[in-house]
Design a protein around this ligand. Structure first.
Ligand SMILES: [Zn+2]
Length: 148
């Protein structure tokens, strides 16, 4: 378990999810970006990222681009919600970047803003995680700002 703290909010990422990020790192020069959605639970000021979906054949990706298929993602969200006694919810998105210390592109930020505005969210924020070759970028978007 890895924990990130910002103000009173603690974001915990399970080992299973960390392993998925590690596995899809773009170590090879030909590796495309990978990504998926983040699923987890919230208890008071703690956010638990328990699951991350892995790329499927409906996603679009290249070396510097990844777009998660929304229909496939919705199936996973529904499945996890009903199989957790309605406790596990959609928390955000993750993808990889072929750079050591990742920073979100303009497209990445627009994607999160779009998701935030489009979706009827259970919680008033979305998480964006980018796995670089060395470090992880993590931010929380609340409809106005990205808190990194
Ligand atoms: Zn990106």
């Amino acid at each position: 378990m890895k924990t990130f703290v910002r103000n009173n909010t603690k974001i915990h990422i399970s080992d299973t999810v960390i392993e998925i990020f590690e596995k899809y790192k773009q170590k090879n020069i030909k590796d495309n970006e990978s990504g998926g959605i983040l699923i987890g639970q919230i208890k008071d000021d703690n956010i638990y990222i328990l699951k991350a979906s892995i790329p499927n054949k409906f996603d679009k990706s290249s070396r510097y681009y990844f777009e998660c298929n929304k229909d496939a993602a919705q199936i996973i969200i529904n499945y996890e919600f009903y199989n957790s006694g309605k406790r596990s919810i959609y928390l955000g998105e993750w993808h990889t970047h072929p750079e050591n210390i990742p920073t979100p592109s303009g497209i990445d930020k627009r994607m999160i803003k779009g998701q935030f505005n489009r979706n009827k969210l259970n919680e008033p924020f979305l998480i964006l995680i980018i796995q670089g070759l060395e470090e992880i970028y993590l931010s929380l978007y609340d409809g106005k700002k990205f808190y990194e």
